[in-house]
Design a protein around this ligand. Sequence first.
Ligand code: ZN
Length: 248
Amino acid sequence: MRYAVLSDVHGNLEALSAVLADAASERALGLLCLGDAVGYGADPAPCIELLGERSLLMVAGNHEHGALGLLDVRWFNAAARAAALWTRGRLGADHQNFLTGLPLASTLGEATCVHASPRRPEEWDYLLSAEDGFQAFGDFATRLCFVGHSHRPGVWSLGSSGPAYEDLAGPAFHDRRIPFHDGRRYIINVGSVGQPRDRDPRAAYVLWDEDKRSVTLRRVTYDHKAAAAKILRVGLPRALADRLALGV
Ligand code: ZN
């Protein structure tokens, strides 16, 4: 079985549509969503509906909790706060009930799925450095753990031959298959579909091939100008539109 593992769509329907088309062409039959379906982008409701229909598994991110009022958005920066409050007004009772029911972590086969970190998921800690990732291996029991949240793709692995870290935010890694080695465990950050921040504006997601025991980072071109124009049209902060062209 092949899965598309994605995170941080952030209400960007253009990016999500392009990623789902790419995943279908790669014969990924299962979809796993690591949260932050909403926040920043102009299409929160359509993204929730599409992900809710298609995902085998979906967990909540901090932006779901912000939009639902479960997390105090005073902790968000000004643009994120404005987007969270705007998003709250776009969600019907059905959307709110669906998001409220999402777990913070879930497992499927060999994989734990969580938005930010397997250590205290509700704290929304960022796994950014090599050290951040290696400290998290004691906090999940499966062989694999998929995370998002930082919007930067990367892979940590730990085994008897020691720790290893690969920052996938570089062109050398796009479409390169990373095989799993016996006796090693992996934390895989799948990057962001709707607001990449590694200076590559293309949508990011990961293909997980359960049979070949590997992951591949995919980058997908999408119509970021259309997504940015919608953000401006609905009156969200301009910075949220401008960053899409730059991937920052
Ligand atoms: Zn996010």
